[in-house]
Design a protein around this ligand. Sequence first.
Ligand SMILES: Nc1ncnc2c1ncn2[C@@H]1O[C@H](COP(=O)(O)OP(=O)(O)OP(=O)(O)O)[C@@H](O)[C@H]1O
Ligand SMILES: [Mg+2]
Length: 295
Amino acid sequence: MVSKVEVSESNVILTERLSKVYRSFWGLPRVRALNEVSFAVPSGSVFGLLGPNGSGKTTIIKLLLGLARPTGGRAVVLGKPAGDQKARARIGYLPEESYLYEFLSGRQTLDFYGKLFGMNRQLRRERTEELLNTMGIDRRDRNRRVGSYSKGMARRIGLAQALINDPDLIILDEPTTGLDPIGTVQMKKLIKELQQQGKTIFLSSHLLADVEDICDRILILYRGRVKMTGAVDELLSLKDVFELRARGVKQELQDKLSDLVESSGAETISAGAQRAKLEELFKRVVSEEIKQKDN
Ligand SMILES: Nc1ncnc2c1ncn2[C@@H]1O[C@H](COP(=O)(O)OP(=O)(O)OP(=O)(O)O)[C@@H](O)[C@H]1O
Ligand SMILES: [Mg+2]
């Protein structure tokens, strides 16, 4: 399924038939990692890219950042072609695995990235303290080297590093990887707060349950192709569709259940709908059966 994409000022990311084939190297076969992927990310939204391992999530992110080049289609990020340097300065990026310099402390790490963005000493100091507070890194841990941090703390420093330049667009590759349930909740809370500050967040995950409650829109990727895309409420309502089929249901009972049944045949009824409706139908079939047996 290819989504219809509208070119609009309010889309922070726009891709059109984005494709990537990794070239063969040292005799390895060519890999078609992405196949005509089109989607749009509205400004101010939390957009979730979902898919199993190897479905092409990191490849999309690399193309959006200009770290890899597409073999087909195009991507526009913050109104510029993907990889544009001016646009890149407005993007924060948390890689799949944060490459932190383990001998630097949390505080030094943020200061270092601030320098890379050309921030002056005063601004770096303010921004570093602000981010350490937001990320909930304890005062006593701030001067400890990040090599000794727990996974959750390292992930939070990774996110802080992605935010040092106060970006408008934040791209997070598997932000909840390696986090325990509490760490996951904290990370999601941070993402929501960033959205409230007006930022657009684009994140990837292989677990729907990890991100469904924070995403406004999701795209489901499978083997480099778009399987589904849309608002989370719409997609999740699909998840709740069940079907109930009952056999041996007499005509008299079928008539009584006609408000709930969608199709019926000789002694069979069937209905496919929301869980609540089917539970009601199931209850009524059972209670009517019991009544009939009692008579
Ligand atoms: N540099 C590369 N050279 C060749 N093939 C690659 C390269 N990078 C990725 N691939 C292949 O492209 C496909 C998509 O990989 P990608 O890393 O984008 O998936 P992913 O959805 O991020 O997976 P994961 O959940 O494991 O991070 C995979 O088959 C992968 O092996
Ligand atoms: Mg990946």
